[in-house]
Write a protein that binds this ligand. Sequence first.
Ligand code: CMC
Length: 391
Amino acid sequence: TSAFTYDPGFTSTASCQSKITYIDGDQGVLLHRGYPISQLAEQSSFMEVCYLLLNGELPKQDELATFSRTISRHTMLHEQLMTFLRGFRRDAHPMAIMCGIVGALSAFYHDSTDITDPQQRMIASHRLIAKMPTIAAMAFKYSVGQPFLYPDNSLSYSANFLRMTFGVPAEPYEVDPAVEKAMDRIFILHADHEQNASTSTVRLAGSSGANPFACIAAGIACLWGPAHGGANEAALNMLREIGTPDRIPHYIERAKDKDDPFRLMGFGHRVYKNYDPRATVMQKTVREVFNALKVTDPVFEVALQLEEMALNDDYFIEKKLFPNVDFYSGVILSAIGFPTSMFTALFALARTVGWIAQWNEMITDPDQKIGRPRQLYTGPTQRDYVPIDRR
Ligand code: CMC
């Protein structure tokens, strides 16, 4: 017997108070600082959402201009970090590179590791938001053997990222406005999601006073798993494996079979027991990107039919399993030209603002203490050491 509440997976423990993001999982509601995600995704920009998450209010025109300029000024990476990156194998997963490079930022921006100085905390936040696209694009360039492209600060956050990823020095790169808009929207849809596993990891790492770069590297590590951010990669791989609508029933049966570890990737959520509002916007965006690029992908039809079949199946109805943010995002990212291995890196890029906003909130919370869960001990009771020749 113990005085502690046993709550594996923290299904009923609030670890903090927060003013940043509100989710009503039964109603399928997601609000950032009070604003519905659908309105932000359709009317706002990622820079504006970053400002909102960090500062609590939507920026006025001049505030947004100043903020965007500030972020632009931090887009470059220390040259030595590129040497560091070149030490990875060419076939390294981009998430492995992201974990390594972001952790290494603490060795390059010493001033920003002083967490007692509010100004330095803000500079660290700006640096992280600004440098993530540069790091993610470099991870991609490295894997395909193309030269790194330096940031172009005359472009928007999303256009700059697309150019660093898909541009080459030999030719001017024209960013398609529809793709730029879709990229920005995907970033908005991933920006924050209250106390998910990676954000909780960032807070827990930060609760010991670790520097922000180290904390975000911890968040990236946690996001990588297929039950979390890795699900977008896993979802598209699954849809491609299914291949044609006639094979869907077989996979639905597998997902329902308790003896088969297979799950429908991009389906189900700890908090949403109703449609994930991000998936609604994401599904609409697939069509917009296809129309703009004049492409299509048979995998989208598989996704639509899989969703319909699952939502009409008793198993999924009873367990309240709906498509989540990761179900349709891969279809869009693939149409834009990203390989599946980059999907989770893009999630990490976009989630950085949420992580750092939550980290800042934690640092300034008067109730903040080191995170230290307790346990229910189930091991042996006390016993005497037995010398090795008598075991
Ligand atoms: N396919 C089939 N069955 C499922 C699925 C699924 N995708 N998700 C949950 N279930 C079943 C599960 O087997 C369990 O059944 P039972 O009660 O009979 O044991 C029940 O539904 C509850 O599942 P759980 O694993 O106890 O629920 P959880 O809240 O711990 O897990 C989840 C949530 C997201 C990890 C889980 O739904 C899952 O593994 N989904 C697939 C991976 C995925 O898409 N992850 C992305 C989540 S959203 C974005 C993000 O966080 O990055």
